[in-house]
Design a protein around this ligand. Structure first.
Ligand SMILES: [Zn+2]
Length: 67
């Protein structure tokens, strides 16, 4: 068994699309939304609200929410 690394070589100049990967982290009854671009929202009591704020961020950034 060997590990397969599927990393694409990144060459400067050919940006493959700036990534906006939003993650919703749940901790207890709180939800945290944060994006790979550095954007984040403080803890929310409602997952729906956290997801909505994440969706709004992606909308403003011109990206689409996954899942
Ligand atoms: Zn972002």
């Amino acid at each position: 068994m060997s590990h397969v690394h599927s990393e694409l070589p990144v060459s400067p100049g050919t940006a493959p699309m700036p990534g906006h990967r939003v993650e919703i982290t749940e901790r207890g009854s709180f939800c945290f939304a944060n994006c790979s671009c550095g954007w984040f929202r403080p803890a929310r009591r409602s997952r729906d609200l956290a997801r909505r704020e994440a969706a709004e961020h992606l909308e403003e950034s011109g990206a689409e929410l996954e899942g």
